[in-house]
Design a protein around this ligand. Structure first.
Ligand code: FES
Length: 82
């Protein structure tokens, strides 16, 4: 059921001001935007009225999770999927 959970999660809006969904953010992270600033430049997160007060922590958490899962994959020898 992990896939369904991921699918539902991908439709959640993370940056509410700009209506940017988790799926968009995840895709950008996987394409190499590994800092909040890079995501801001590439997809515009954090550029809304609240100036990232509501979304920054959630986005940084996602970047951290991504880095942790890549590190775990390299430790187990499983090639990272692209
Ligand atoms: S929620 Fe992202 S800029 Fe306001």
């Amino acid at each position: 059921m992990e896939t369904n959970k991921q699918l539902i999660d991908s439709f959640k809006k993370v940056c509410l001001c700009r209506s940017i969904k988790a799926g968009t953010i995840t895709a950008a992270i996987q394409e190499g935007s590994l800092t909040f600033e890079a995501l801001r430049k590439n997809i515009g997160v954090g550029t809304g009225n609240c100036k990232a007060k509501r979304c920054r922590a959630k986005i940084e958490e996602r970047i951290k999770d991504h880095k942790a899962s890549v590190a775990a994959e390299s430790e187990t020898g499983t090639p990272p999927c692209g």
